[in-house]
Design a binder for this molecule. Structure first.
Ligand SMILES: *[C@@H]1O[C@H](CO)[C@@H](O)[C@H](O)[C@H]1NC(C)=O
Ligand SMILES: *[C@@H]1O[C@H](CO)[C@@H](O)[C@H](O)[C@H]1NC(C)=O
Ligand SMILES: *[C@@H]1O[C@H](CO)[C@@H](O)[C@H](O)[C@H]1NC(C)=O
Ligand SMILES: *[C@@H]1O[C@H](CO)[C@@H](O)[C@H](O)[C@H]1NC(C)=O
Ligand SMILES: *[C@@H]1O[C@H](CO)[C@@H](O)[C@H](O)[C@H]1NC(C)=O
Length: 366
């Protein structure tokens, strides 16, 4: 392993540090920011493979296009953060629970399919957001043991923290016909979700995080599974979830503006998944898709019944020939190609697509 000496100066005080350059390639030389990933199935690269849950995608045809084998990602191939890592010149960011994964200087992925901001969301089946935060705290301690304080602070403050949180808090109660939504007003319920998100973001800030990426919650009622929930008026979007996602996205944007005002050095990007996915669903050909509404894999109307892979009760399911012609791979999750388009737009799009920073600017900012 090569060693590189460098000096850290704070005002007039300088110290000389020795760092192992191979242990964090490019970090100091090329200033590549690391990537820490939190959230649900939109981002889960395989953590759920290692927990006792039925929320898994570790069987075919998941993973069939890019990896050629199932990885636990709920899609035919790569997910949004996989593309973002590529554009940021990072390797694929591995799941935290993957055994033998002890290399955290490029970041790590804590996301868990089915999880939300609230501990009650899919409780017992997922790694909830608080536990994901706990994992991150442990990782930050390990980094501090391996690097020195200045290097750890540098790494944590340059890193990007990407979140996909909220969709399940609103969608799962409808899917499971739980009574939880009836116990609160829309405002109260969204307030709890945003409140829990706020405390997680603030804790990461305390530990040293500065740069946050928060895609808006997608059009939950317009996904193939939701059209089935709509019952007899099927075809229309399931409209009871819309007030939650709309209020959530408004509150999220307000929250991040406030944190930017209150917390020194806090920066953020909101890639607008809601608008972009709605566009892709309604105008698939504009984005070079053939089908925006029907999933590639599943059964029933819109292939909206969650049976892709035949491991969730129903053994029989339909599978399209070419997932890249579809916006949705299964009843609730985009295809790799849709994620790639979302990622390209979020990376370099203008402020109507991802603002106030796009992800490229967020990664490159100091
Ligand atoms: C996994 O979870 C199921 C249902 O929650 C439970 O019945 C089973 O005992 C658990 N298995 C293990 C190995 O913990
Ligand atoms: C963090 O590490 C401590 C000590 O190794 C361990 O007891 C704790 O369970 C870990 N926390 C999480 C959330 O994994
Ligand atoms: C959902 O729950 C409510 C009351 O808890 C019940 O009246 C209704 O029939 C349930 N719907 C379905 C589809 O199970
Ligand atoms: C977080 O969610 C719980 C429910 O899981 C709720 O009781 C609590 O008030 C929320 N916290 C904040 C700060 O909103
Ligand atoms: C932003 O980009 C979109 C699509 O790439 C374009 O339609 C729109 O006009 C642009 N808006 C501005 C303000 O440049």
């Amino acid at each position: 392993m090569r060693k590189l000496s460098f000096r850290i100066c704070l005002f007039v005080f300088c110290t000389t540090s020795v760092v192992l350059t191979d242990a964090y390639p490019g970090l100091l030389k090329n200033h590549v920011s690391s990537l820490f990933i939190f959230g649900d199935s939109i981002f889960d690269a395989g953590n759920n493979n290692y927990i006792n849950t039925t929320y898994k995608a570790n069987y075919p045809p998941y993973g069939e296009t890019f990896f050629k084998h199932p990885t636990g990602r709920v899609s035919d191939g790569r997910l949004f953060p996989d593309f973002i890592a590529e554009y940021a010149k990072l390797p694929l960011i591995p799941p935290y629970l993957q055994p033998q994964n002890h290399e955290f200087t490029n970041g790590v992925n804590f996301a868990s399919s089915g999880s939300g901001a609230l501990v009650q969301t899919s409780q017992g089946m997922v790694i909830d957001l608080k536990t994901q935060l706990g994992y991150f705290k442990n990782v930050s301690r390990l980094l501090r043991q391996k690097l020195d304080d200045a290097e750890t602070d540098y790494l944590l403050s340059r890193a990007v923290y990407l979140f996909s949180v909220g969709g399940n808090d609103y969608a799962v109660p409808f899917v499971t016909n739980s009574s939880v939504l009836r116990s609160y007003s829309h405002q109260q319920f969204v307030g709890m979700v945003i409140g829990n998100l706020t405390s997680v973001v603030k804790e990461i800030y305390e530990i040293g995080g500065r740069k946050f990426g928060f895609p808006s919650v997608g059009p939950l009622g317009c996904l193939p599974y939701a059209k089935v929930l709509q019952g007899e008026t099927m075809g229309a979007c399931f409209d009871r979830v819309a007030p939650y996602e709309e209020l959530h996205n408004k509150q999220l944007s307000k929250l991040l503006q406030k944190l930017q005002r209150d917390l020194k050095g806090f920066k953020y990007s909101i890639p607008d998944f809601h608008t972009l996915l709605e566009e892709m669903i309604n105008h698939p050909s504009k984005y070079d898709f053939k089908e925006g509404k029907v999933a590639c894999c599943g059964s029933g109307p819109y292939r909206g019944i969650f049976s892709c892979g035949g491991r969730r009760g129903l053994k029989v399911y339909e599978l399209c020939d070419n997932p890249s012609e579809y916006v949705f791979f299964d009843s609730a999750h985009p295809t790799e190609r849709a994620y790639q388009q979302l990622a390209q737009l979020s990376w370099s799009g203008n402020s109507s697509v991802a603002g106030p920073y796009n992800l490229k600017a967020l990664f490159e900012s100091l």
